[in-house]
Design a protein around this ligand. Structure first.
Ligand code: ADP
Length: 327
């Protein structure tokens, strides 16, 4: 029998589609198990500002299809100090919360790990970020929706690129991870994909574009991950243009639209599975673990490991395939 009577759930750092599905699952799994549930608004900032709201099964009606996060999210500098975390913990205790579900990325997990260790409060993390950059899960929450949003944009850009015989450089999010770029690049039929994990010489890119132009390609799309080493889409476009003027060159930075939108069925189910598993893990006595999906099975990883092994999931064979399919 678990001693946990009240669980707090919060979303923190960058928002990601599917967070609401996860909040819904956390709240309903907790209520089903006889635990009181509290939503903490605006992540760690809400702990400091005492933004605690009691939640019941009806508090999370009609949110599974919504992007963003109904609990709001924030970045909180105070929480990076021990005093800030002590103040947050005092407020959490006063609210009667005795365990936490933290939905966010590696920054959120770093904060959660520290809070849990310093004040002995159980925490389970849910990987919620479009970047797909956490160790211990094949997919992070929001990644699938974000890649589908990018594909939708690439398809539209393809129409205009083909009509005008243009070369488009499309910059996508992912921080230091190329997952979104690679996935969306393959799915969108990009001619080239530039990733943070793999240095690409501009000369090689130009050779590739020249080969395409020489084999009757009348337009091309190059996907640039924001963390790519040549300095982003504008820089790459400028350098390519200096030496290669076969096409009219345009740049599109997709930006924050990649964060929004209704989650795909995959992210809704993933968020539901993660939320359900997170509460059950807490009630089973687990602490400082991240729930993840590995080979379609829920798996727990030490939260510290998920941060320190913060690795990219670049699959070299997919990159190789993308080169071949883009000839
Ligand atoms: P994400 O969780 O998406 O990676 P951030 O890196 O912005 O987003 O982290 C979210 C929040 O987690 C920060 O605003 C801060 O409150 C907390 N956090 C991040 N790094 C640390 C740290 N080193 N120590 C304590 N708290 C941290």
């Amino acid at each position: 029998m678990s001693t946990i009577k009240k669980i707090g759930v919060f979303t923190s750092g960058g928002d990601a589609p599917g967070m609401n599905a996860c909040v819904r699952a956390v709240v309903r799994t907790g209520i089903y198990s006889g635990v009181e549930m509290v939503g903490i608004q605006q992540g760690y900032q809400g702990m400091i500002d005492k933004k605690f709201i009691k939640m019941d099964a009806r508090s999370v009606c009609h949110i599974i299809q919504l992007g963003g996060t109904i609990l709001k999210t924030a970045r909180c500098l105070d929480f990076k100090t021990k005093e800030g975390r002590a103040f947050a913990y005092k407020n959490i205790k006063e609210a009667g919360i005795d365990a936490l579900v933290a939905i966010g990325g590696d920054g959120t997990f770093t904060g959660a790990e520290l809070l849990s260790r310093e004040f002995d409060i159980p925490v389970i993390g849910v990987p919620g970020t479009i970047d797909n950059d956490l160790y211990g899960t094949d997919f992070t929450l929001g990644y699938d929706t974000a890649t589908n949003t990018v594909i939708d944009a690439i398809d539209k850009i393809r129409d205009t690129a083909a009509s005008h015989d243009r070369l488009f450089f499309v910059e996508v999010m992912g921080r230091d991870s190329g997952c979104i770029a690679l996935q969306a690049g393959i799915a969108g039929g990009a001619e080239a994909i530039l990733l943070p994990e793999k240095d690409t010489a501009i000369e090689d890119l130009i050779s590739k574009l020249e080969a395409g132009a020489g084999s009757n390609k009348t337009s091309s799309i190059v996907i640039i991950a924001e963390g790519e080493k040549n300095g982003g889409a504008y820089n790459v476009a400028k350098r390519v243009k200096e030496k290669f003027n076969f096409y009219d060159v345009k740049v599109t930075i997709l930006g924050h639209l990649q964060r929004g939108g209704s989650p795909t069925s995959f992210d809704r189910v993933l968020g539901s599975r993660f939320g359900y598993a997170a509460v059950n893990a807490l009630l089973a006595g687990e602490n400082r673990k991240m729930v993840g999906l590995v080979s379609n099975k829920i798996q727990l990883t030490d939260i510290q490991e998920s941060i320190t092994n913060h690795s990219t999931k670049l699959e070299e064979d997919l990159l190789e395939m993308s080169h071949i399919l883009a000839i």
